[in-house]
Write a protein of this length. Structure first.
Length: 160
């Protein structure tokens, strides 16, 4: 089934709604490819040249755009981390054990619960199964030890 007639004035080039439910077997043809899913109640992803869709992928549903690898889940989890001191005007990658991270996962965000003036999170990756590597930068002229034992939020994208 090809979906072409959207409710409430929604067009195929701009999708903007609180929730859009598609039939259990259907396809949505978009400028960058075809999205084929089961039921999509809400989908959390930004698709280049299509726009932003908001919601969740339920059960074992996946999202494929063009010839890309299927997105199987977006997860947010909490981890209590104690970060070592970061030298002045330097950056340092530090690793931490975090459950449920796979080697193919992509870290899409790390949220530090409080600010430490001069400390910046410069990026993150999965360095091994169950291990996140976070790059902390210190943009001041003195070493800084971030607040210890804080609960960070980590968002990851599962695919494949």
């Amino acid at each position: 089934m090809t979906l072409t007639n959207f409710p409430n004035g929604i067009s195929t080039s701009t999708i903007s709604a609180t929730s859009i439910d598609f039939p259990a077997s259907g396809t949505l043809t978009a400028a960058v490819g075809t999205i084929t899913t089961g039921t999509v109640s809400t989908l959390v992803s930004t698709i280049e040249h299509v726009g932003t869709l908001t919601g969740t992928i339920t059960n074992a549903d996946t999202l494929n755009v063009g010839t890309s690898t299927a997105i199987t889940g977006i997860f947010v989890q909490n981890a209590t981390l104690t970060v070592a001191s970061v030298a002045a005007n330097a950056s340092a990658e530090q690793t931490f054990a975090v459950a449920n991270l796979g080697t193919a996962d992509i870290i899409i965000g790390v949220q530090k619960p409080t600010t430490n003036a001069g400390i910046v999170i410069g990026g993150a990756r999965v360095s091994a199964a169950g291990t996140i590597a976070i790059n902390f930068a210190n943009v001041t002229t003195a070493g800084i030890t971030p607040t210890s034992a804080q609960v960070y939020q980590i968002a990851s994208l599962k695919h494949g």
